[in-house]
Write a protein of this length. Structure first.
Length: 256
């Protein structure tokens, strides 16, 4: 049986209200189960592209998620299946308690009280902040807030997780924990980020966006080890970071 891709984008054009063209004909197909990093300089259109995946923005062209066209009549179903995690957790967390934040989606889906409770505790356990239900998100550390913001979309059991700058403002320990958390999630993931090592740790495939167009698309190792390509699009690996072929590093970990 041929399954539908998680995301199909054809000839997507989007202009801001002032007429600036932000996306200039994007064609992109992401298969179910892929982990894709979208990278590129500021103003490349990365966040604009993300907001088309659950219909916050709608441009000209065709955007489908799991075969469903992103249009008004499908938005409720699409927003359940596509978990969008914003860069700043404070944009996602607005209820008095962590429980209410994480319960917000499942309640809107019309689940029973018992099902909502189960969904909340499962999502918080999955992100490693079980037991914080009664706390206010504002009293948590930034890293914990980031986890709770991921739990707010996991509680709806999405099929696609979309994260905007997931590692920004995290200290090294929280960043490593988030990376491990994402690697253990067996769903389709799209990460938009400037953090190239984070992309390398978490994504099999990298798409380079520049001036609203796809400039490159390939295996994470191939793109992140192509210094000329990275330099051309203003992308830099941190000093001393060299991507190594995936397979080798995994075996290496086992031997240690």
């Amino acid at each position: 049986m041929h399954h539908r891709p998680a995301v199909e984008i054809r000839s997507l054009l989007y202009s801001y209200p002032d007429g600036t063209l932000a996306l200039r004909g994007i064609d992109l197909v992401i298969e179910e189960g892929e982990s894709v990093g979208i990278v590129g300089p500021n103003g490349a259109g990365k966040s604009t592209l993300l907001l088309h995946l659950n219909g916050i923005l709608m441009g000209k062209g065709d955007v489908r998620v799991f075969g469903l066209p992103v249009e008004k009549k499908n938005l409720q179903e699409i927003r359940r299946r596509v978990g969008l995690v914003f860069q700043d957790p404070d944009d996602q967390l607005f209820c008095p308690t962590v429980f209410e934040d994480v319960a917000f989606g499942p309640m809107n889906m019309g689940l029973s009280k018992k099902e909502v409770s189960l969904a909340v505790s499962r999502a918080l356990r999955d992100v490693g902040v079980a037991g914080k239900e009664r706390r206010s998100a504002h009293h948590l550390s930034y890293g914990q807030k980031k986890r709770v913001s991921i739990a707010t979309v996991l509680s709806m059991r999405p099929d696609l997780l979309v994260l905007d700058e997931p590692s920004s403002n995290l200290d090294p320990k929280s960043r490593r924990e988030l990376s491990e958390l994402l690697q253990n999630m067996p769903i389709t993931k799209i990460l938009v980020t400037h953090d190239l090592p984070f992309v390398f740790e978490n994504c099999d495939r990298v798409v380079v966006l520049s001036a609203g167009r796809i400039a490159a698309d390939g295996a994470a190792f191939d793109i992140l080890s192509d210094e000329e390509l990275l330099a051309e699009y203003g992308l830099e690996l941190p000093y001393g970071f060299y991507p190594v072929q995936r397979q080798r590093s995994k075996n290496h970990d086992r031997e240690m």
